[in-house]
Design a protein around this ligand. Structure first.
Ligand code: NAG
Ligand code: NAG
Ligand code: NAG
Ligand code: NAG
Length: 727
């Protein structure tokens, strides 16, 4: 292989002098039979996967009832059971939950009527379910569902309903409408056209886990859904006049791959939404503009952003429909830039930053019911906290204000917030010891009431560790934070008794937080008998933007000073860890870290085995083939031909000569962020270096392992691999 001229500086390091060839290392894997630890006192991977998974609660406008969608997997039935619970929000009646429905989408039509969208053999149908609510003792009785109507034959999702108008999203052809989609799908399929070729001239050929269908995009649609008749006896009617307010604009919402109902909001008259800037190539720009359009179209959308910003998220209307707020990053191309709250006063035509000097990045915002303040969720110190930001009078011209956010809930990880009219706040919260449950904060914050109690019983008798924080000096003297999750039975003073699992997070702009996960759950590792260590090195979020920013163009630098210092600090703090029995695992950037550690024996980690899940192997290749090119450009300082020096300096593929630690490699074949060839490259390298290795490919998985059966296989492979090299 010829190297481009600008890479000739690498050549001397590419040949090993003959005289330094060392004899092959001898490996002695354990031959003991392996079984996962299970039992009433252990949270096994299977137990964890079978815990109920609650979505955010959605309250009715009156704030006295809420529905909570819950998914629950059963390995016996090999089935994900989806249920929608209706719960009373009356403190006197708590807790009182009533499972009423089997899956599907739901939204409130009135305080006592829930719309339920179900997929039937002939398409999606909407039903109305009336609820009879008695406060004392709290009970909710649902009526039998009453059919309202069928939706057009293009699968609809992301429903929002207000003042007689239903807004949702669906994938349609640019030249078609909701009713044409199946006909056009057929015409353009192999059956209709004689070829299954896909042809691209711009955009993403594939994104996240999906090959794009050229010409077919996500759009928003509006339709009347109105009632007649007395309260409690409404007759509902769904119009068949569907309007596509974004038709012809080249604005596509929600934004793929993760956009949903938080990418748009509706008032009685308008839709506000975020969409990728149609003038910029999507793959190497993050700019998303915020637009407002009449709910039934008829006017071109009006842009509310300056057009000079980066990504925007979470556009929301005030309750009176007179203001819009969203979160905004400054830099186009940087997906982890500091996020600011922007408010747009539609009457005064003034745009202002609200908390410009705030050091953390809000991830979701909402107006309080009286529009006097905003609620914001933001990551801070490895937690996700709820804040309130008082909303001052609109300034006379565009400006940046510095209102100080007030923390309302600071523990664990808060999600799914909804302020209620009476001043209470409905929210979900998870932690290292508990999956999300729904709670209510009273008006003053003096009292927090638990609304759902889905998992407590199933977790009883399992000794889950709340996570012990430690801090140490990392690169450039900065304080770095980490967590230790101790295994059940851990006793202070047990000298060198416990193996350690050192987990490295992805992103790299992410963090190990006090939250629950079904994929990388520190307590699931601890429950298998490992002191589990999770460090938040340079590049991590929630510890200030400076630490997040500092990893750019330094992938193999400061983060590894931090990780080495963290490894040493934890061995010192916990002499109970056996320093000869440590292993490491990571996914995505964490997988990059595993490949980088494999190539740098001088780092002085003593890992006996490594696990690399969908990790970067060849940085250079990645800069060409990943889906979101902006990410690579930002991290390395330009496309691969412009950033070649940094790309090769920190390329794990260049240090394969040093690999010697047994490595288990996972890769999802639908991972288009880091394609499967990254895993294959690492596998081949281990094989040719004579290093024991194992490649586990999941054909249906993307960057994550989502299917519970595959997830159980993933956990089993990891713990068996660890045992093989530690026992
Ligand atoms: C599935 O949901 C139904 C209705 O809520 C419930 O009766 C059933 O026990 C659930 N099954 C499992 C395996 O969770
Ligand atoms: C979208 O616009 C095109 C061109 O003006 C028009 O032919 C088509 O009917 C419109 N589709 C919808 C669903 O409004
Ligand atoms: C939740 O359930 C557990 C076990 O069933 C029970 O001990 C606990 O009191 C319940 N908590 C609440 C807030 O209902
Ligand atoms: C690792 O590999 C590089 C490149 O082959 C080599 O220059 C370096 O000396 C090796 N380091 C160790 C500690 O073996």
């Amino acid at each position: 292989m010829r190297w481009p001229a600008q890479l000739s500086f690498l050549l001397p390091t590419l040949q090993l002098p003959m005289s330094t060839v060392t004899p092959p290392r001898v490996y002695a894997p354990s031959t003991k039979p392996f079984a996962l630890k299970e039992g009433h006192d252990v949270l096994s991977p299977k137990d964890m996967l079978e815990l109920p998974r609650a979505g955010g609660a959605v309250a009715n406008p009156a704030g006295d009832l809420a529905f909570v969608p819950v998914n629950e997997y059963s390995f016996d039935e090999r089935k994900m059971n989806s249920t929608i619970y209706i719960t009373s929000l009356d403190p006197a009646g708590l807790p009182a939950t009533f499972p009423v429905l089997n899956g599907g989408d739901a939204f409130w039509l009135t305080d006592r009527t829930l719309a339920h969208v179900v997929t039937e053999s002939n398409g999606q149908a909407i039903y109305a379910i009336s609820l009879t609510y008695t406060a004392e003792p709290a009970s909710v009785a649902p009526s039998s569902p009453v059919f309202i109507g069928h939706l057009p034959p293009s699968p609809a999702s992301n429903f929002k309903y207000k003042s007689g108008v239903l807004v949702f999203s669906a994938y349609t052809w640019a030249d078609g409408d909701l009713f044409d989609t199946p006909k056009l799908d057929k015409e353009r399929s192999k059956e209709g056209s004689g070829t299954s070729a896909r042809v691209y001239e711009s955009g993403y050929p594939r994104h996240w886990d999906t090959w794009k269908t050229p010409g077919k995009e996500s759009q928003l649609f509006s339709v009347s859904l109105t009632s007649s008749g007395a309260e409690g006896e409404e007759k509902w009617s769904l119009s068949d006049a569907y309007v596509a307010p974004l038709n012809g604009t080249k604005h596509y919402a929600p934004v793929e791959p993760f956009g949903g109902t938080d990418d748009f909001d509706i008032s009685a008259t308008h839709i506000v939404y975020t969409a990728k800037d149609p003038k910029l190539p999507y793959a190497w720009h993050t700019r998303q503009n915020v637009y407002i359009v009449p709910i039934f179209g008829g006017e071109a959308p009006r842009e509310l952003t300056t057009g000079k910003q980066g990504a925007t998220h979470s556009p929301v209307f005030s309750n009176d429909g007179k203001k819009v707020a969203w979160t905004e990053m400054a830099e186009d191309g940087y997906e982890a830039d500091l996020s600011r709250v922007i408010v747009y006063d539609l009457e005064k035509d003034v745009r202002f930053g609200l908390a410009d000097k705030w050091g953390t990045s809000p991830s979701a915002i909402l107006f309080s019911p009286d529009d006097a303040s905003l609620f914001a969720l933001a990551g801070d110190q490895a937690r996700v906290k709820l804040y309130s930001i008082p909303l001052p009078a609109t300034p006379s011209s565009d400006s940046k204000l510095n209102v100080a956010p007030v923390p309302l809930i600071e523990d664990h990880t808060v999600t799914g917030v909804q302020p209620l009219v009476d001043g209470r706040v409905l929210f979900s919260q998870s932690s290292l010891t508990h999956p999300p449950e729904v709670y209510l904060r009273d008006k003053t914050g003096a009292k927090i009431t638990q609304v759902t109690n889905l998992s407590t019983k199933k977790l009883t008798g399992k000794e889950l560790c709340p996570g012990h924080e430690f801090r140490f000096k990392g690169a450039e003297g900065k304080t770095i934070q980490g967590w230790v999750n101790l295994p059940p039975g851990f006793k202070k003073g047990d000298k060198a008794a416990w193996p350690m699992a050192f987990l490295i997070h992805g992103g790299p702009q992410g963090a190990w937080e006090d939250s629950w996960s079904t994929r990388w759950n520190p307590n699931v590792f601890a429950q298998q008998g490992y002191v589990t260590v999770t460090v938040n090195p340079t590049g991590s979020t929630t510890f200030g933007q400076e630490l997040t920013d500092a990893i750019a163009q330094d992938w193999g630098g400061k983060p590894f000073v931090d990780l080495q210092a963290g490894y040493k600090a934890v061995l010192k703090l916990y002499p109970e860890i056996d320093p000869e029995r440590t292993v490491a695992a990571g996914a995505s950037w964490g997988g990059y870290a595993i490949n980088w550690i494999a190539g740098h024996p001088e780092f002085d980690f003593k890992f006996k085995a490594l696990v690399n899940h969908d990790g970067v192997f060849d940085t250079r290749a990645n800069g060409f083939v990943t889906d979101e090119l902006f990410f690579f450009d930002h991290e390395f300082g330009g496309p691969p031909w412009k950033s070649a020096e940094t790309v090769e300096k920190y390329n794990p593929a260049r240090f394969v000569q040093n690999w010697s630690i047994p490595m288990l490699i996972f890769h999802g074949e639908k991972d288009f962020r880091l394609p499967v060839t990254e895993g294959i490259g690492a596998f081949h390298s281990n094989q040719r270096m004579g290093v024991p290795t194992r490649l586990v490919v999941f054909p249906e998985e993307n960057h994550w392992v989502l299917d519970p059966g595959n997830n159980l296989k993933w956990h089993t492979e990891i713990f068996e691999w660890f045992a093989k090299w530690l026992d």
